[in-house]
Design a protein around this ligand. Structure first.
Ligand SMILES: [Fe+2]
Length: 337
């Protein structure tokens, strides 16, 4: 296993990059915009291909690197279903899992620090974001945080994991970098031996100033994808009615197989996960290169906008994408196969 913990001193943020081996697909958790060059260097040195970038929540103390990494590596971006973010590849909820090569990431919904906070579980490790720190935890006084919910997330979700589970937090302000569930159960002064009410009292009395970057970071992190696809012009961005009115287009679904299994596909569509699109575009025999009118779609319209960009850059003519993805399609009452 290749595993790297990065630290951004400005915001005391930890970022995690992992892959099974050299040359494999990789994932990154909580990348910081200003550090993207470091991640790219590490990926290059280890011949890794970044396919998934995920945030544990909408951060208030730093700008996310998700948008830049997506642009530079064509990775899929993931966040909570509850995140008020304009565009994201895949929205996650409790119990979901994502595969990156041989690595399986299980999603835990852990609201409290914010209402969109997730923790990610990978093989005896839990990436806790701001839900649980080493001998501490994230604040709960903004972004729809809730101290009671935070206590429940820590004690009823994270603390039910095996004691030896390794805890990789989203921040540290005291020079620590790793812990375990057992250590936090025993030594975390916020929760060890504390009742829910005692915890709420502690959190209510913290009286912390807002993070310095909050007014910049939160709007940036909520809207980092806003201009995705708009530079390509209206003629290549279709809504549901426009897609329906086309005569026998080649519909290409850019989601992962498990998403298609779960929510169905547009009738007649073929599945090419975004991570495999380059290969299809480079294969002259592939159906995508047979001169048909191509319409890309995905879950919400992020991957399809990106896919369209790649396709146009690759010289594919007559390609378009469906804005809003299959969610907009289903919301508009249309059928899926
Ligand atoms: Fe946070």
């Amino acid at each position: 296993m290749i595993f790297k913990q990065f630290f951004d001193q400005t915001s005391s943020t930890f970022t995690y990059l992992m892959a099974t081996s050299r040359g494999a697909e990789a994932l990154i958790i909580d990348p910081v915009l200003d550090r993207v060059h470091e991640y790219l260097q590490f990926l290059g040195e280890n011949e890794l291909r970044l396919v998934v970038a995920m945030d544990t929540h909408v951060h208030a103390d730093h700008k996310t690197g998700l948008g830049k990494l997506r642009k530079l590596t064509r990775c899929m971006t993931c966040m909570s279903n509850n995140a008020s973010v304009s565009t994201i590849s895949r929205r996650l909820k409790d119990g979901d899992s994502i595969s990156v090569g041989e690595i399986e990431i299980k999603v835990f919904d852990t609201p409290g620090h914010t209402d969109d906070s997730l923790c990610y579980y990978i093989e005896d490790m839990i990436f806790t974001g701001d839900t649980l720190f080493i001998r501490g935890n994230g604040r709960s006084d903004f972004q729809n945080g809730d101290a009671g919910q935070l206590y429940d997330s820590i004690t009823q979700k994270l603390f039910t994991l095996p004691d030896e589970t390794v805890v990789w937090p989203g921040h540290d302000y005291k020079g620590e970098h790793v812990s375990t569930i057992k250590k936090e159960k025993i030594q975390n002064p916020r929760v060890a031996g504390k009742s829910r009410n005692e915890f709420i009292e502690i959190m209510d009395s913290l009286d912390l100033p807002n993070p310095q970057l909050m007014d910049i970071a939160v709007p940036f992190n909520q809207g980092f994808a806003d201009n995705l696809g708009t530079l390509m012009g209206e003629s290549v961005v279709l809504n549901c009615e426009q897609v329906e009115s086309l005569e026998e287009p080649l519909l290409i679904d850019l989601r992962d197989q498990d998403e298609a299994d779960h929510s169905g596909m547009l009738k007649g569509a073929i599945l090419i996960p975004l991570r495999d699109l380059d290969g299809a575009l480079e294969d002259p025999k592939h159906i995508i290169n047979q001169g048909k009118e191509v319409v890309f779609y995905c879950a919400h319209g992020e991957r399809s906008a990106l896919g369209l960009e790649f396709a146009l850059e690759n010289g594919l003519k007559n390609a378009k994408h469906m804005s809003g993805g299959i969610h907009a399609w289903i919301d508009a009452g249309r059928d899926v196969a």
